[in-house]
Write a protein that binds this ligand. Structure first.
Ligand code: HEC
Ligand code: HEC
Ligand code: HEC
Ligand code: HEC
Length: 393
């Protein structure tokens, strides 16, 4: 009883803290648009521009392959197993995609890196996705920029990546513009096998749940790559921040937008208010935490507690997945299994890896929705244990 009351009280408080919602709108396509660059807006929006340029300060790179040794095995069969660096600021997207070390044949890799490509898709349609990478690179002016979130009308929030609009279906109208802006890139996606177009594996908010996404990949028999030693057709999940934060179990999804927690409200020397475009962790921002301090007295410690717990389990289950991969590879090489027996283990491996990856590659390390994270890790562990149980000793 008391707990319910406290929750209701908190919800009421939260709604009053919440900023005025701005509904998402979507761009026109086939319109012959030219991108107005960030530099061209520098004088008109001097404060926003200066904060945007601060993203160059977020330049630390961590080599995930060194940090998480199990991924050399778990991702075998795709280049992420050798080249997988942590993300850094929006300022570096073009540089980072050009220098990944992973092969990239097509321009579709630029989808979340530069507005020059976004505009090209909007002008030319899905055929732009198969332009050769190097040809596209020669025309690129800048990394993630104003056009991506505002089209050529800074201040208005416009979805320019229309695969998001398609994937939201009727729910698009209910989506807040400040969350939609980020959901254009911080999502799980795949390249449609025929057109190579970036596509999201769902058709509304409800089918965004990992269970439904997996069901979709099962139905379409989709795989990103096949592990060469085990023959498992694997799915490579990519940064599902939007799906995780907006998913079932999220404490704050109805109250806070992505921008509320990652973009400070600031004021310039003349006291004029503006929104900082230096995308930061709320843990590193005193200004953002002014809206949290009523309920979280030590946000940094609270977040770290959630992350440490998730991290420990993610490593433990990832290590089990590594063991499974090696044991299944041995099973394939031996002559002790029928093809049906191997396929039963492969299926469990494919699904277990999907749920594990959904957590491993999500950038908040569980802080966005620890209930969903726990649910995914539980499912991953159960599937992997079951698969290990089918290995003959
Ligand atoms: C056009 C695509 C795009 C949009 C839109 C976008 N991002 Fe990003 N974001 C990226 C990419 C790509 C990276 C990784 C950059 C790299 O390492 O090269 C990134 C990185 C980040 C990082 C840094 C992560 C780290 O580990 O340091 C934060 C924080 C972030 N984004 C938050 C946001 C927020 C909040 C929004 C919405 C207001 C948003 N992003 C919208 C593409 C985008
Ligand atoms: C209620 C606050 C809150 C909201 C809303 C929120 N986040 Fe976060 N986000 C966090 C916290 C806390 C972290 C972990 C920060 C850390 O480790 O320092 C985080 C981490 C991230 C990171 C990794 C940043 C880094 O520096 O490594 C990205 C990217 C990100 N969020 C994107 C999003 C996107 C996209 C949305 C909207 C779909 C969103 N966030 C909504 C609180 C929030
Ligand atoms: C990754 C998405 C993203 C990018 C890139 C981006 N913005 Fe924004 N912008 C936002 C969001 C989110 C808001 C907050 C809107 C709100 O609070 O209603 C915003 C607000 C604004 C506003 C309204 C005034 C204010 O300060 O709140 C202006 C003007 C603006 N942006 C200009 C720009 C310019 C100029 C650039 C390029 C240098 C840019 N934006 C790049 C997402 C973005
Ligand atoms: C009205 C009270 C209230 C405010 C204001 C509030 N929170 Fe929370 N927050 C909660 C409650 C309650 C929980 C759930 C705690 C739990 O699960 O033990 C929570 C959980 C969280 C979590 C963990 C989510 C998860 O899934 O485990 C994060 C991260 C978070 N809050 C960040 C923030 C940030 C950042 C702000 C400010 C922008 C903020 N909160 C403002 C009450 C609040």
């Amino acid at each position: 009883m008391k707990k319910t009351f406290t929750l209701i009280l908190m919800t009421v408080l939260l709604v009053s803290v919440c900023m005025m919602a701005q509904a998402a709108t979507s761009t026109e396509t086939g319109t012959g648009v030219t991108v107005i660059t960030a530099n061209e807006w520098a004088e008109t929006y001097a404060d926003v521009y200066a904060s945007y340029m601060q993203n160059a300060e977020n330049d630390a790179v961590i080599d995930h392959v060194e940090e998480y040794p199990m991924i050399a095995t778990v991702y075998e069969g795709m280049a992420f197993n050798k080249f997988y660096n942590s993300a850094r600021g929006h300022y570096y997207t073009v540089q980072d995609v050009t220098n990944t070390g992973r092969p990239h044949a097509l321009a579709n890799c630029f989808t979340c890196k530069t507005p020059d490509f976004t505009a090209r898709v909007n002008n030319e349609g899905v055929s732009a996705y198969t332009i050769p990478f190097e040809d596209m690179l020669a025309t690129v002016n800048e990394s993630v920029s104003c056009y991506n979130c505002h089209a050529n009308t800074p201040g208005e929030l416009v979805v320019t990546h229309t695969y998001l609009t398609d994937a939201m279906g009727d729910d698009f109208a209910a989506l807040n513009g400040e969350t939609a802006a980020c959901a254009q890139c911080h999502v799980e996606y795949y390249f449609a096998p025929e057109t190579k177009a970036v596509t999201l594996p769902y058709s509304n908010m409800e089918t965004m749940h990992p269970d439904s996404i997996l069901a979709f990949f099962e139905e379409t028999e989709f795989a990103d790559y096949t592990n060469p030693r085990t023959g498992v057709r694997q799915i490579k999940v990519q940064h599902p921040e939007f799906e995780t934060y907006m998913g079932k179990g999220s404490v704050h999804a109805a109250q806070f937008t992505c921008a509320d927690c990652h973009m400070e409200k600031a004021a310039n020397e003349n006291g004029e208010a503006y929104t900082s475009h230096y995308w930061v962790s709320p843990v590193d921002s005193a200004a953002i935490q002014q809206n949290c301090s009523g309920c979280h007295t030590d946000l940094a410690a609270f977040v770290k507690g959630i992350q440490d717990k998730a991290e420990e389990r993610t490593i433990a289950i990832g290590t089990k997945l590594e063991t499974l991969t090696n044991q299944l590879a041995d099973a394939v090489a031996s002559e002790n299994y029928t093809e049906d027996e191997l396929n039963a283990i492969r299926e469990l491996n494919r699904k277990g890896q999907f749920y594990w990856d959904f957590v491993f590659v999500e950038n908040s390390e569980s802080a966005h929705n620890s209930r969903l994270t726990t649910e995914c890790l539980d499912k991953a562990e159960k599937l992997i244990d079951e698969a290990l149980g089918l290995i003959k000793q």
